[in-house]
Ligand binder design. Sequence first.
Ligand code: FAD
Length: 481
Amino acid sequence: APVLVWFREDLRLGDHPALAAALETGRPVTALYLYDDASPSLRPLGGASQWWLSRSLKALAQDCAALGLPFTVRKGAAATEIPKAVKEAGAAQTLWSRRYGAAEAKIDGEVQARLERAGVEVSTFNGRLLYEPWEVTSKAGTPLKLFSPFWRACQAKGDPAPPLPRPTKRDVTAGPALDGLAVEDLALEPTTPDWAGGLRANWTPGEAGAREAVGAFLDDGLRGYAKNRDRPDLPATSRMSPHLRFGEVSPRQLWHAVEAAKAEGAANGTDVEKFRAELGWREFSYHLLHQHPELATRNVQPRFDAFPWSKPDPAQMRAWRRGLTGYPIVDAGMRQLWTTGWMHNRVRMICASFLIKDLLVDWREGEAWFWDTLVDADPANNAASWQWVAGCGADAAPYFRVFNPILQGEKFDPEGAYVKAFVPELKDVPTRYVHKPWEATEIELRAAGVTLGEDYPRTIVDHGKARDRALAAFGRLPPKD
Ligand code: FAD
């Protein structure tokens, strides 16, 4: 009897333990992707993620076809649709990569129980993480709450196993082809208005696109990564986040790829360790998500539950979302997000801090906007990072840390090149004013073609006053227990 591989957040063929195990059985293999917009407990994907998923599925369909592996796309609630597809395929075994969200895990448990009741064997694998959340504990066996001990515990486990090779045509015996939908039928890409032009121009979703982007990073970005990763004006980070989000590359592949680059002299140990530690933050987010199933909606520290957030002011919210706050580094970041679906990590922190501390808006508003607009919107990383900035998360920034958007801009975008790329109104403003155009004289601004309040907004809040207001409000929090 054939076997069925259920693809989910692992849209690749290389280093895919479930697929590899399926092929190893020597039996005919069928692959399936189910777009589940019907299980009420699942958080719907944001717009940018839907666009990415659509492109990624098209790439996977092509890759499967090239391998002679039948691949079907369907739509519906997993608990009913998966058993149905397995029955149609006449499959004796179903294989998949595990998921770590509470709703996802519950659905998978239900599917597994139904299949097993029907006599179908179910095999699940780790296809997404270096270390699964329950594998890493303190010496006493409890989950970890701080990154450093977490990462030490991970490292004590030794290097992750080397990645599995990508299968070739010879490895595949084709299973039955099932009736399915064309990816277009899922209608995941925008039509009118078509807002995805910037996404198309910046990204190639799919395993091949991921491979190409890794190659570019190993050639140009990894050397100096530790020093330059905070600089949004330099192409210094891997931009692997959406590829990791959709499982087009595995963290294990990246872990070993940077080591190989080092062996070839393309990077030093510090860069490699720093990059791996960032993969470690992703692991830590999943560790937290596993401990806190409501990570995206509920403060990890309950002492924040009564915090007096401001009611979001629609005009200020719009200014933040569209990059019209009058603070150039914030505006550049929010426009990078809006147009390309991605934002540099340092700038994510600055923009998040601005919403939470300067506008005193509940972090969940920001989390939701990022969820909708990021191509890498990730249930663990996004929620954990927002909680980190707000100060209510595990191992969070202390609440009294308020990013100063001017100083942050001057430090991490010293020539203003990043600002000028995304806020073209300011492209002729002298560098010393690019992060604080209001300090330039009217003559200087006029020479740069800028009238504040017309071509570029005046600041929507005074950072100094906003900071004092935030410190006072946060200072009244009950003590940390
Ligand atoms: P690199 O520096 O090349 O890092 C390699 C990989 O390590 C990344 O692809 C990512 O998977 C992981 N990583 C790096 N930094 C972090 C971090 N701080 N936390 C967790 N993992 C990290 N990341 C997401 O993947 N999805 C999100 O939805 C997301 N939302 C965020 C929201 C806020 C408010 C903040 C401050 C950060 C958020 N991050 C998120 C983390 C980080 O900004 C991105 O992972 C990073 O910018 C991706 O760029 P890169 O792939 O070039 O990173």
